[in-house]
Design a protein around this ligand. Sequence first.
Ligand code: PGA
Length: 251
Amino acid sequence: MRRKLLLGNWKMNKLASEAKEFALQSKALIQKAKENNVDMGVAPTYLSLQAVKENASKDMIVAAQNVHFKESGAFTGEVSIPMLKELGLDWVIIGHSERRTYDNETNEKCHLKMEALLANDMVPVYCVGETLAQFEAGQTKEVVKEQVEVGLRGLDLSKLSRLVVAYEPVWSIGTGKNASTEIAQDVCKFIRDVMRELLGDVADEIRILYGGSVKPENIRAYLSCPDVDGALVGGASLKIESYEGLLNNIL
Ligand code: PGA
């Protein structure tokens, strides 16, 4: 049985003081999520991770938005896994489409990062999804298959049940243009089938999230799809009221 998961992606938003305030305000909500067997968390910027970790409920998932695969070295501007672990963090988003678009995050690079995270018993949230041009050209499954295969092939099978995959059609991120629930279910099931072929039965334990313009008003429909185990939410995770609405509307 896969537990439901709601993860907010704050992207480049919120000062550390604002992130701390949110963390404090979310305590009762995280308790409610736990009581209802829902895992819930946020991915703040690096500079806010510590403030959120220290002030949120211990049951809140606190995820970084990126990490380097090397432990240390001459990589100006980067942050390593030991640095995150020192703050008590276990979760990292990998391969978000904004990083693929603006920061040359390739499938191969995502693979190296996930390999390093699993070796450190951490949880990668691996984002995949097609662009608008690829969607319109009917290439969604081809693109997603390659992202899944290159990203996951050869990873340590004994640790893969902790992995989370997020299907985020790029054309639906921050645009208000939702993928229909039929598309979300069809592609999430396809991802599970590709993973089953590649990795075996562990595919049934891996949680798959849908992401892209998820709001309190539409979250229930996505989560009622059999292969959608949760949501990765950008804009609607920034205000505590709306973050609360996401949980309340799936209970
Ligand atoms: P959105 O972002 O919910 O604002 O569309 C989702 C994401 O980028 O993870």
